[in-house]
Design a protein around this ligand. Sequence first.
Ligand code: 5AD
Ligand code: SF4
Length: 438
Amino acid sequence: MRRYFVTTFGCQMNAHDSERIKGMLEELGLGEAQSPDDADVVVFNTCTIREKPDTKLAAHLGEAGARKRERPDTVVAVGGCYAEAQRERIFSLYPQVDVAFGPGTIGHLAEWLGAGGEGVARGAWGTGEERTFAATLPAHRERRFQAWVQISMGCNSVCSYCIVPAVRGREVSRRPGEIIAEIASLADSGVREVTLLGQNVNSYGRDLGTDFARLLREVDAIDGIERIRFTSPHPKDFRRPVIEAMAECAAVCEHAHLPLQSGSTRVLKEMRRTYSRDRYLRLVDEMRAAIPDLALTTDLIVGFPGETEDDFRETLSAVEEAGFDGAFTFVYSPRAGTEAAARTDQIPDDVKRDRIERLVEVVQRVAAERNASRVGAVEEVLVEGASRTDPLLLSGRTRRNTTVNFAGDAHVGDLVAVRIERATSTSLAGAQAVVYAV
Ligand code: 5AD
Ligand code: SF4
């Protein structure tokens, strides 16, 4: 049997797309290899949001090239955002690559890999051609009880630092009927938690005359779906009806990942985020008032061109004011072709490094305080498997999306009650409680 191996970089949308890539390859009769060394077809599903994933990919492709020299019939395919961004140059940069494809053209993988018996069609197919929802393709899902669900593709925002709109194209919403049918069938097969995915989930539906709040309510009504998550919303589109749907729908989790990017209104303006620090913080107040116990996480960038020490301090104070439960913190990375990359007032690396260290300290302190306040509480945890740090413990996540490592006796996919005993900045620890059955 021929075997494949898929390596995934980047965001949850790529994790979703990789499950579809695997599903397609399995439909072609390939089996999953244990490592790229045993694979006849190696696929890289790439990311290009910052420079780091680009360099990581270069190392992986170097190894793939070496294997291909030993076994010339190995097929090397590169998909995702880097492939899309570099489609003109990919074969001169990496001659070992046979097939390149963008995030919107995964459905053609079978033709390119020669499923019709014509051999591998070497070439690049970008998102510019014709885009289809990867969601409609067969899937090889990693988890029986959790699933990613794509609700839209592309992004209509114009954030001046971001390459995504250029590689993923204009936003298109998936038909609500298709989304609901997919989730209903996932529920029938034992899925209890879905994460709705889009580059900007709460602008969902504008092109179809519907909206995200309505979609949340429809998903909430599906039997068997006990947890609904979504990522990522844009603060500019987070309106009252979505907050109300979050507050009223029993299955919608008390967690929002709400990317702030900077705490300085001046920098936000130059980032073209279209909200101010005050408007963001007002939104947080409104959400907290409507959804008691809300967990809030965010994305933050330091070292955006022209960012002053004062601007940066506003990001630090915004972390305190918003009281984030966690944050992904990034050093600004110039991406060719974006507005911010062309600016001449780039911040020196040592300043960026100093700022990210100071930011991480504040984020960790605030998150540790938030987690410490859970000690003594009993939380509902969806069991995901053995703990990574101690195989004798179980691990899962609360509705607020915090990882909990705990002593207990439960199966993967169970919802259990856990009494929280200890907290760090990134996780909780405790023991399964027998006080009540969930
Ligand atoms: N440099 C650093 N971080 C970036 N992000 C997006 N583009 C860049 C960039 N050029 C971050 C943002 C976004 C997250 C997915 O990645 O914080 O929300
Ligand atoms: Fe990376 Fe953005 Fe593409 Fe996701 S959408 S893979 S984060 S570049």
